[in-house]
Design a protein around this ligand. Sequence first.
Ligand code: FE2
Ligand code: FE2
Length: 326
Amino acid sequence: MPLAPTTAGYMPIACSTLRTGAPLPFDLYVRMEHQQTRNRGGDHFALYLSRDHELSARDIAEFDDRSAGCLYIQFDASIEYSGYLQRCAEAEGDQNPLLRYQTVREAAKAMMLDAARGGGVDQVVRISEDFSRELVKSAASGELPVRDLFGLMEHDYYTFTHVCNVSTYSLVLAKSLGISAPAELEQIVQGAMLHDLGKREIPAAVLNKRGRPTANEWRLIQRHPSDGLKELIYRPEFSWGQLMMVYQHHEKLNGRGYPAGVGSGEIHPWARICAIADVFDALTCYRPYRKPLSTAETLSYLERHAGTTFDPEFLLCWTSLFREDR
Ligand SMILES: [Fe+2]
Ligand SMILES: [Fe+2]
């Protein structure tokens, strides 16, 4: 399952998540960009700051010049990084919800990458539970305008980035539709985080293929909602709505979706939320075979499919979030 770009045992982290005044619990690396190292093949990394170094404001100011906003840690330090982020988020409290959001997301990414190295579904479920609780908490602590969130997100369609973006969009849309109970919002976020769980069964070569999938590959891809449901259905902690987010997020109102081809009356409202969030993210992300669409192009694509694929009222709510006070 491709989760995020990781090369040669190093994992990218956003410079904006690092803080002054506390010793680093991990070594920081930069990627070498010299033509010479590129010609030797593979990626090369150089130690930039050692563990226990206390970051100064000057260090932080220099990051952008050295690294274009991205530094690296060794894969084995992902748990230290996630603990560091959690401590930063707690220390900053409710000061800045956007920063808190970013911190929560990076912590979940680090843990998810760790889980991808051999952890099973149990570990993924546990991470999704923590992430949904923290995300709902950060959204409750202040305004999270969707346009600001959009600017803060990564748009690369790796599995982790995608499910994280879809969870965030699902939360924003659910809140705009009037859902306010934290427990319900947490369930929606967790359902969205797990919506593509069944893709674990699809070989990476098929998921990352540049051209159109063959008929056999397409059949394999279309199994992922049912495979995801099978993974979760015997777990009593999941509600019906969450299971339907996993099972029905590719269904269409006109009955031409998959896996069951059910019509509008049978698609759970949470699955309708997830469907909008899912396609919105897919179209606004870089893919191996095309550039991302702009938000305006994506919204008009979604609108062209209102009533046939997407719930028209939910979609109106979603588009209005981007068009408000413009
Ligand atoms: Fe999917
Ligand atoms: Fe998806």
